[in-house]
Design a protein around this ligand. Structure first.
Ligand code: NAD
Length: 468
């Protein structure tokens, strides 16, 4: 037996972790294969009932200890994140500090969210709603905010009594392994929360297991593959996908304030956020002033070593994305867009793209239709509110949308007409633990965060109880 497992260990695949800012390998970790994924899924299935039977207070205590460990190890965790995804170090630290209020929200709300509801009592009849853990849930995750997107699922799923099979992105594996290590150290049983290491093939192997729910964050293309794969088995499925997030700057907005805010919204995390501002529509009366302020803000963004605290634009995490960025730039130029800055990849080592701003864009260009996921933005001049709303809705995606204006009533009216899961007035690129995070159209189905994002890890059970 010993020999067999040692031989197996020897033949297990390995995953090389590359620093996208340098192109250099930084680590090599053992990866999973179909056999180890099946074994982990079996162990999770066996462990789940005991974890579900663990009192909520103990589950809450474990997550409190996890939170404390994140605080204690923030320097190492931020460095690991920056080294494996190329995120500027200040933004890695912000992701970790931003995770704490999310965890606090779950700690505050979990117990009440899944408490039994007594909905009727009368004539000897009692009705109540219970909230039962789904069982074993899979979480296939993205790399761009691995702490946020991972913990949006893992924390409430564990608090509500599920076992979790967590497949971090192959581009954020070390961070995924840190999350698992810290949870185990905090007292979550190792079989109830397991990390699966590897790329798409390991995600596919997870789909083949007996799971009760699959919570995915990633691209529309992969989401569709997963939806097709799971459809015949009626596994509860959530897909948090990409966006082409628009913002409209009205004639009455302050051009300077809006430009600074939106430059940050478009370029933060090197534009690699699902809710990065991806399209900007500016009223023609404000357009030129807005563009000048926007260009000035972008010129102030320092591109460089992600470990340098003054860096604002880091590396492009996935090498293949640089080709997507090049193609969108070439398409925009061929169709007459005006390049105001950037427009090309930067020399290596590693993968880099210059912050890029186009004006004179239109919806015939890929740049205004398909997710860019990089530091490139198109700014289009519009004649008024109706044209802006029509353009904002001219997209297959529907994740976030925003309006900058002094007029709250008008903002509310316009945002009510926009198809998006989240809408913003005078702000952008923002997520709150108290509000549901969801998309419509090709941005996905389901939600995370808010009290809804706790209950989704349970199924309601209806109790009809008649007194004898
Ligand atoms: P991706 O689709 O390439 O990969 C996501 C995950 O799916 C990875 O873990 C990958 O290994 C896995 N995977 C790949 N092929 C698979 C298969 N056949 N079966 C099962 N799993 C498979 O996406 P990405 O590059 O990691 O993330 C970027 C995308 O994620 C962008 O589109 C971004 O907008 C989106 N995103 C959305 C949200 C949101 O909340 N809506 C948040 C973050 C990122």
């Amino acid at each position: 037996m010993r020999h067999a497992s040692r031989a197996r260990e020897f033949t297990m695949p390995r995953l090389t972790i590359i620093n996208p800012a340098t192109g250099a390998p930084i680590d090599e970790v053992k990866a999973d294969d179909a056999g180890s994924v099946a074994a982990k899924a079996g162990a999770a299935r066996a462990a789940q009932p005991r974890w579900a039977a663990t009192p909520m207070t103990e589950r809450l205590d474990a997550i409190r200890r996890f939170r404390a460990a994140l605080v204690a190890e923030v320097d190492t965790l931020a460095t690991t994140l920056t080294r494996e995804v190329g995120k500027p170090i200040t933004q890695s630290r912000s992701e970790l500090s931003g995770l704490l209020p999310r965890i606090d929200f779950f700690l505050d709300q979990a117990e009440a969210a899944v408490r039994d509801e007594h909905v009727f009592d009368g004539g000897g009849m009692h009705e109540q709603i219970g909230h039962v853990p789904l069982g074993v849930v899979g979480n296939i995750s993205a790399w761009n905010y691995p702490y946020f997107v991972g913990c949006n699922v893992i924390v409430p799923a564990l608090l509500t009594g599920n076992a979790v099979l967590y497949k971090p992105s192959e581009y954020a594996t070390l961070t995924g392994l840190q999350i698992a290590r810290l949870l185990h150290g905090a007292g979550v049983p190792s079989d109830a929360m397991q990390a699966l290491v590897g790329g798409g093939e390991v995600g596919a192997a997870l789909l083949a297991q007996h799971i009760d729910g699959l919570f995915f964050t990633g691209s529309h293309a992969t989401g569709m593959r997963i939806a097709n794969e799971l459809a015949p088995r009626l596994v509860k499925l959530q897909l948090e996908l990409g966006g082409k997030d628009p913002t409209y700057v009205r004639a009455d907005a302050d051009a300077r304030t809006a430009a600074r805010s939106l430059a940050d919204g478009a370029m933060y995390n090197t534009g690699q956020s699902c809710c990065s501002v991806e399209r900007i529509y500016v009223h023609e009366s404000l357009h030129d002033a807005f563009v000048e302020y926007f260009l000035a803000a972008v010129a102030g963004f320092k591109v460089g070593d992600p470990m340098d605290p003054s860096t604002y634009i880091g590396a492009i995490t996935r090498a293949a994305q640089v080709d997507v960025l090049d193609a969108q730039v070439a398409d925009a130029l061929a169709k007459g867009a005006v390049l105001r800055c950037g427009g090309q990849r930067l020399s290596g080592p590693g993968h880099w793209y210059a912050p890029t701003v186009f004006t004179g864009v239109n919806h015939g260009m890929e740049l205004m239709r398909e997710e860019t996921f990089g530091p490139i933005i198109g700014i289009q001049s519009v004649r008024g509110d109706d044209e802006a709303v029509a353009l904002m809705n001219d997209s297959r995606y529907g994740l976030t949308a925003g309006v900058y204006t002094r007029d709250e009533a008008r903002a509310r009216e316009l945002l009510a007409r926009v198809n998006a899961g989240s809408v913003y007035w005078n702000c952008c690129d923002r997520v709150s633990p108290r509000l549901p995070w969801s998309g419509c159209g090709d941005s996905g189905i389901g939600l995370t965060l808010s009290t809804h994002g706790i209950r989704i890890f349970t199924r309601p059970k209806a109790w009809h109880l008649r007194e004898p």
